[in-house]
Design a protein around this ligand. Structure first.
Ligand SMILES: Cc1cc2nc3c(=O)[nH]c(=O)nc-3n(C[C@H](O)[C@H](O)[C@H](O)COP(=O)(O)OP(=O)(O)OC[C@H]3O[C@@H](n4cnc5c(N)ncnc54)[C@H](O)[C@@H]3O)c2cc1C
Ligand code: FES
Length: 258
């Protein structure tokens, strides 16, 4: 798929480290929630980003981390970005009682899924601290049961999102399906919880990506390509991926502990 160049239509500052960049790309209008695009920042880099808004307008929500994402945070309305995609396999829309577990920027790919899903929706949103809770206000205005946790206890439950999961199990809350995105150690714990409680689960994985289309092998994980077979994987596959929550590859392809 060739790269399309678009002007950024709107930039929204969500938190001190998150900005959402809106654009209008015909190919992305009907993307599946959970699919990603390769975003090219002229003169800097190309980076995989999940779509956080899907529809007439589309957007990616970017956490400022390294050179590429910090450069993107300097970009304004009218500046040009290149887009390839949408790529990969997204989340499936199934079940009546749904649980969404998001850590940090992990809420970004879950937002279009939450919006498109029907039924009873419970969201557990976590961040290091209250000022880093992404899309909190938007979620409060939606028809969802929202639970907040912060590592430092500045808002909601003090601790990790996975502690709240355990509390919900004690409260005998039953879910038909669970969706998770966030730090891989968190997603591993959500998987273990779901396996124990016989809840089908899907999680969106991150691996180092270059081509985005299954050619270069940089995103390989136990025989799967995260860019093509994922980034969303279901629990039956996740439970067989030995690297999940343990190992990833760096830019040079070397295996490093997560
Ligand atoms: C499928 C997918 C969806 C993603 N969605 C989002 C999103 O919605 N919002 C968001 O803020 N981030 C997202 N990321 C992560 C984002 O791509 C990286 O944070 C970004 O590329 C970092 O680039 P950098 O130059 O700012 O930082 P660097 O200093 O280069 O790296 C910072 C961190 O990002 C990792 N990283 C760097 N380049 C890549 C790459 N090409 N592929 C994967 N990881 C990389 C590095 O290993 C390192 O851990 C996603 C990653 C994947 C694989
Ligand atoms: S990024 Fe090249 S094979 Fe996945």
């Amino acid at each position: 798929m060739p790269m399309r160049v678009h002007a950024i239509e709107k930039v929204v500052e969500n938190t001190p480290i998150h900005k959402t960049f809106y654009f209008n790309d015909r190919e992305c209008r009907n993307a599946e929630p959970g699919q990603f695009i390769m975003v090219w920042i002229p003169g800097v880099d190309e980076m995989p980003m999940s779509l956080s808004v899907i529809g007439k307008q589309q957007a990616v929500t970017v956490e400022a981390k390294g050179e590429g994402t910090k450069k993107m945070h300097e970009m304004k309305e009218g500046d040009k970005i290149g887009i390839r995609g949408p790529y990969g396999k997204g989340f499936s829309l199934s079940g009546e009682k749904k649980l969404f577990v998001a850590g940090g920027t992990g809420i970004a790919p879950l937002m279009p899924l939450i919006k498109m899903s029907g039924g009873k929706k419970t969201v557990i949103l976590g961040a290091r601290s209250s000022h880093l809770l992404l899309f909190e206000e938007e979620l409060k205005s939606m028809d969802v049961e929202l639970h907040i946790s912060t590592d430092d206890g500045s808002e909601g439950h003090k601790g990790f999102v996975t502690d709240l999961l355990e509390e919900m199990a004690d409260a005998d809350k039953k879910f038909d399906v669970a969706y998770a995105c966030g730090p891989e150690i968190m997603m591993r714990k959500v998987l273990d919880f779901c396996l124990e409680n016989s809840i089908p689960m899907e999680a969106s994985l991150e691996r180092y990506m270059k081509c985005g289309i299954g050619i270069c092998g940089s995103c390989a994980i136990d025989g799967y390509h995260v860019c093509r077979d994922g980034p969303v994987f279901e629990s039956s596959i996740l439970s067989k991926i030995e690297d999940f929550g343990r190992w990833k590859r760096d830019e040079s392809g070397k295996k490093v502990e997560i």
